[in-house]
Design a protein. Structure first.
Length: 499
């Protein structure tokens, strides 16, 4: 009877694999075969591997995360005490931790990964992979201290094991990802474009060096060296995204669009060959790139292209609902800025308020919250709604701004200057704008420099000083044409015509 049962489940396993690998794959039939295997009470190893396969299928082909989680949990429980069954044991822990992370159960994911790390010390490949995954989990929570602690653990482990290749990977992660990518991102988040430039150049050079390596240079010498955490393609897309962020903040829109196109091409290439394991990261990178592309198009005056890019973002978020919460406030903000460019102040106000409501639930969105308030203030200034402006005055005071962003503080001085101009307080306006100009020049914030110069020129013109006005507006016009910023060029041209 036992032999008969063995033949049943072995036949079902073979049939399931056939359904999975045929063209096109019949996933439903594959799942049914694997579920039937479990009814024959197969040996623990077969049962554990079957649960793992089912978990992977439900994760890859359905949205039933609860069922996938159940199978991964059973695979983990069955395999963790089986000696020499590491591939199932640790793959189950890795995939289960990803599901925990996806559903926001970060503590459960960290607890599981720590247990798996303890069990994997005799397996170099899985031990290193689990350490990297745990470090990445801490990074997502902005807990860089804990992340560095795990990377240090990996560094010491690979040194003791004498695994040179993986040892270098940990060093690479610490030196390149945590120093260069995070350093550039830190400066850009704080609006320090000029300060970010040296690290950005190093990152771009490092990426170029890695992409120029031939595949032969990367052939591992031992099984432990098959471990790769940062594929060249992933690093390339990440470097392009950071370059896009830098170019947008620096006011180099054509360069930003060039990097965006290259990154999106690389993403499409990866999608077409199904070479990217971390699909959720790939989708996030794609959305970030489209968000920056919207800003580029709005600045250069391509409003039709901007709304098409926003539409692409919405479609991507519909396809990947798990990303909606993280990008909801950004989409509202982009729609609001688009509405401002169309001079639809009512729609802009509604979208900025929706963005503020969405971002208030996430402390990490402090910069976006500040950006939305600053632009909402501009809407109120344009519409001469003084009471509404005064109601949010404390939220945009450059001296008490909740954000640590250098560029947002400089922008706050600009908004104060704009308000002073509209309320005919010209001396206050000049004082605020000179502060904004000083800060913008210090960090190569070219758009803000140009805006401040044009508004200063407008104030001097209102005061009856055309010469001083020309000294402000002419360089602003040149800078705006280099960006290029269509709105600023039109504004500067209108002032120059009045001389």
């Amino acid at each position: 009877m036992a032999n008969s049962q063995d033949s049943y489940y072995l036949s079902l396993l073979a049939l399931a694999e056939r359904f999975r690998t045929q063209e096109p794959a019949n996933i439903k039939a594959c799942v049914q075969c694997l579920q039937a295997v479990l009814t024959f009470r197969p040996p623990p190893k077969v049962e554990a591997r079957t649960h793992l396969q089912l978990g992977n299928l439900f994760t890859q082909y359905t949205n039933n995360s609860q069922l996938a989680r159940s199978h991964f949990e059973q695979a983990w429980e069955l395999s963790r005490n089986i000696i020499g069954f590491d591939d199932v044991k640790f793959e189950a822990s890795v995939e289960l931790a990803k599901l925990f992370q996806k559903t926001g159960s970060m503590n459960a994911a960290k607890t599981l990964l720590r247990r798996a790390i303890d069990l994997s010390q005799q397996n170099i490949f899985w031990h290193c992979r689990l350490i990297f995954q745990t470090a990445q989990l801490h990074i997502r929570e902005n807990d860089f201290s804990s992340a560095m602690g795990f990377l240090q653990m990996g560094l010491e482990y690979t040194h003791m094991q004498g695994v040179t290749y993986t040892h270098l990977l940990f060093m690479l992660s610490k030196l390149m990802v945590f120093l260069l990518v995070l350093l550039v991102s830190h400066h850009l988040k704080n609006g320090q474009v000029k300060s970010a430039k040296p690290a950005l150049k190093q990152l771009q050079q490092s990426t170029q060096n890695i992409t120029e390596l031939s595949d032969q240079d990367l052939v591992p010498n031992s099984s432990s060296e098959f471990f790769v955490w940062l594929p060249r393609e992933q690093l390339c897309v990440l470097a392009f995204l950071v370059s896009v962020m830098h170019s947008v903040q620096a006011g180099h829109m054509e360069k930003a669009q060039k990097y965006t196109d290259k990154a999106l091409f690389q993403i499409e290439k990866l999608k077409s060959i199904n070479a990217f394991e971390n699909v959720s990261l790939l989708n996030s990178l794609e959305i970030f790139l489209h968000e920056h592309s919207v800003m580029c198009h709005l600045v250069i005056g391509s409003k039709e292209s901007a709304i098409k890019e926003i539409s692409k973002i919405c479609r991507l978020l519909q396809l990947h609902p798990s990303l909606m919460q993280a990008h909801k406030a950004q989409v509202h903000t982009l729609l609001a800025v688009y509405a401002m460019s169309m001079n639809n102040q009512e729609a802009a106000e509604l979208q900025f308020k929706a963005a503020l409501k969405s971002s208030s639930h996430h402390p990490s969105n402090r910069e976006l919250w500040t950006f939305a308030n600053l632009n909402l203030a501009i809407v109120y200034i344009r519409c001469q709604r003084e009471n509404e402006f005064l109601a949010i005055m404390d939220k945009i005071n450059p001296e008490t701004l909740p954000s640590q962003s250098y560029s947002l503080r400089a922008a706050a001085y600009y908004v104060q200057g704009l308000h002073a101009f509209f309320t005919s307080r010209h001396d206050d306006g000049k004082r605020y704008l000179r502060e904004s100009l000083k800060m913008a020049n210090a960090e190569d914030l070219n758009r803000l420099t140009s805006c401040s110069l044009v508004l200063l020129g407008h104030i001097f013109l209102a005061l009856g000083s055309p010469r001083e006005a020309s000294n402000m507006v002419s360089p602003a016009m040149q800078l705006a044409s280099k960006i290029p910023d269509l709105h600023l060029q039109l504004w500067a041209s209108a002032i120059l015509k009045e001389f």
